[in-house]
Each structure stands twice: as C-alpha cells, then as structure tokens.
Design a protein around this ligand. Structure first.
Ligand SMILES: C[S@@+](CC[C@H](N)C(=O)[O-])C[C@H]1O[C@@H](n2cnc3c(N)ncnc32)[C@H](O)[C@@H]1O
Length: 235
C-alpha cells in the first residue's frame, strides 16, 4: 500500500509551512466564511489542521493507515474527524460546503473512467453551491521528468533516495530509505497526468469551473508545475 512506509518520513521529506499557508489562503480567498469541509487524501493533515485552526469544521480522509495515524497524532485537540478509506467512494459520508483534494493527490487516480466517477462522487457530496478545490500536475511536469530527477539526503535514522521519471502521461516515483540497522524500505508510486482540455470537459459535466490558475496565482493554464481548479457544484 503506497504511503504506509513513506508516512514515517513524509513530513521530514516534504513539510513546508509556507506552502501549507499558501494552500489554506487559496481556499480561504474563495470561501466567504469557515464552513464544513472534507479534505480528500489529507496525508499527514498539515493543511487539514491549519484549516481547522482557521475555524473550518474539518473531516479528512486518506487511503493510507500510516498517514491517518500520523495525522491523528498531530490533532491533539481532536478537531478533525478522520476516515481511512478510498477517496473514490464517499458513500458513507455526508455532504459538505467544501471538498478539497490537494497537492498532487488527484493524480493518483489512474484511469479516465475513475476520474469521471470521482468528479461525480465529489459533486454528489457537496451541498448546494458547494465548492471543489483540487490541483493537478501540469503537462510541463511530464516534460521536466523525462530526464530522471534524483534526490538523496539523510534523516536521523536513515539515508534516502527519491527519484522521479515520466513516460507518456505517467509520472513514476521511487523512494528508498536505507535504515541504520541495514533494512531498506521502498515504495513505488504511479501518477497520471491529464490534459487541461480533457479535465475541463469532464468537470463541466458536474461543475461550473469558477477559476483555473497555474501555481496558485498565474491566471489560466500557463507554464508551471500545477494547475489549480476552483469548481462549484452544478444545480
Ligand atoms: C502527495 S500526498 C498529499 C497529502 C496531502 N493532501 C498534503 O497536502 O500533504 C498524496 C496522498 O494521497 C493519498 N491517496 C492516494 N490515493 C488515494 C485514494 N485513492 N484515496 C485516498 N487517499 C489517497 C496518499 O495516501 C497520500 O497521503
């Protein structure tokens, strides 16, 4: 299961307080006041927790038991209702004013059929006028990672290697952690990148697209790392 082993190192690897604040600002800029929000693929819940701190009533889910465990340990005041489940099936959950799926999480949905069903499922769990915020890897990322990216580093108890490579419309990530006791912990991730044109067509079946930006604040689809979508449930 992806992110179960990685959950031990996720925050050390990618935690970035400034970026977390930028995600929260992006959402708060489009929402008139704090409300009921469901954060899909919440990971270690850095963003979910900051949203809760800002007055949102947050529910958050992730497929990885390890990520949910790490998130719960941080939620000392038990502000968030956590669920460990697949974001593609929300049938046990309520409806919300806002649903979010942030920071490359959407790209773990690997088929067009599943993306279409996912958008439908999200729209059905939004209240009237409810908003859906998500981001997607840009097409430029596919070009960037045609040449393999490699990062190495060390944490307190291990050294790590992280490589990223793209082929066709897929991005492959490999993580290896070399522990001091000689054990090696590895994960292999696959993400898929969809064209903005196809995403727009699918989204419009269930949502009005209110705003598309690149890397938070460049208007529309431009050169950059991620496309950002703010969508409102169709009546
Ligand atoms: C790059 S992390 C982002 C986590 C978090 N949103 C953040 O901003 O830090 C991607 C997350 O997506 C989760 N994930 C991937 N596929 C999922 C699925 N089908 N349902 C729920 N969570 C999923 C992973 O377990 C992981 O925690």
């Amino acid at each position: 299961m992806i992110y179960d082993k990685l959950s031990f190192y996720y925050d050390e690897l990618v935690k970035d307080d400034q970026a977390t604040q930028a995600w929260v600002n992006w959402i708060m800029d489009s929402v008139s006041s704090p409300c009921e929000l469901l954060d899909l693929a919440c990971g270690s819940a850095e963003i979910s927790l900051l949203l809760a701190k800002n007055g949102f009533q947050v529910s958050a889910l992730d497929l990885s038991q390890g990520m949910i465990q790490a998130a719960k340990e941080k939620d000392k005041k038990h502000k968030i209702q956590f669920y460990c489940q697949d974001m593609k099936n929300l049938s046990n959950l309520n409806t919300y004013d806002v649903i979010t799926c942030l920071c490359d999480s959407f790209n773990y949905i690997l088929s067009k059929e599943e993306v279409s069903l996912f958008f439908k499922e999200v729209s059905m769990h939004l209240k009237k006028d409810g908003l859906f915020f998500f981001d997607s890897h840009s097409l430029d990322r596919l070009v960037e990672f045609e040449e393999e990216f490699n990062e190495t580093g060390c944490f307190e108890d291990c050294q790590y290697q992280w490589s990223i490579l793209s082929e066709d419309d897929y991005i492959y990530q490999d993580f290896a952690f070399y522990l001091d006791d000689g054990k090696i912990v590895q994960e292999h991730h696959i993400q898929r990148v969809y064209t903005p044109e196809w995403l727009e067509t699918e989204l419009k079946k269930y949502f009005e697209i209110l705003k598309v930006t690149t890397d938070f604040d460049l208007e529309g689809i431009q050169e950059g790392e991620k496309y950002f979508y703010v969508c409102r449930r169709l009546l």
